[in-house]
Design a protein. Structure first.
Length: 194
């Protein structure tokens, strides 16, 4: 029989010291984290101005998407690709990482988003069959362009604009104008020249 930790059991609550926990260890439900340790944990989020940005794929993870009980049913259980697209914040000049999710689900919306991504990084051309290749060496380091807008948190839709929580939302991906592309890194090889 498997034993589960039941937080509603009749055991007495005994807080543990927040200074004894090593970073990277598993937290227990009775752990107390000091305010000093928490620091300014939401400081890292940057709401970018809406507009077009050149992106570089800096990371990629694959996982399984499992729809929750309250999901709309538009996407079933499938492989999920989580891309990390890096852009430059025009106000600070700092790099900002944006997550972009793609779902390996056979629907026009999902396949269209995947095709848009492959078009943007130059691995597919509209009108040609789409072949998937998610190897990191094929994806990471590629560049393209994205259109960013703001998404309002679903709980804030009826709040006044100054009280709404807004998030960066990638609404579209498209190919980078060759003139704006960063210079390719490599050996300097040019076909036909020795």
């Amino acid at each position: 029989m498997t034993m589960y930790n039941n937080p509603y059991s009749t055991q007495a609550y005994i807080p543990q010291s927040s200074t004894t926990m090593a970073e990277g260890g598993e937290l227990s439900e009775t752990e107390v984290i000091s305010a000093e340790t928490l620091g300014n944990y939401d400081e890292g989020y940057t709401l970018l101005p809406e507009g077009d940005y050149v992106f570089t794929v800096v990371d990629m993870k694959t996982t399984r998407f499992q729809p929750g009980p309250n999901s709309s049913g538009k996407i079933g259980a499938c492989k999920q690709i989580i891309l990390v697209l890096q852009v430059v914040d025009p106000t600070s000049g700092k790099n900002v990482d944006l997550n972009h999710n793609l779902y390996m689900w056979n629907s026009p919306a999902c396949t269209g988003m995947i095709a848009q991504f492959y078009d943007a990084i130059g691995n597919h051309k509209k009108g040609e069959p789409l072949r998937f290749d998610w190897r990191p060496e094929v994806i990471i380091g590629k560049t393209g362009k994205l259109k960013l807008n703001h998404r309002i948190h679903r709980d804030d839709a009826n709040k006044p604009a100054d009280q709404q929580r807004k998030y960066n939302n990638i609404s579209r991906l498209y190919p980078l104008d060759p003139a704006a592309a960063p210079a390719p890194r490599g050996s300097g090889y040019q076909p036909g020249k020795f």
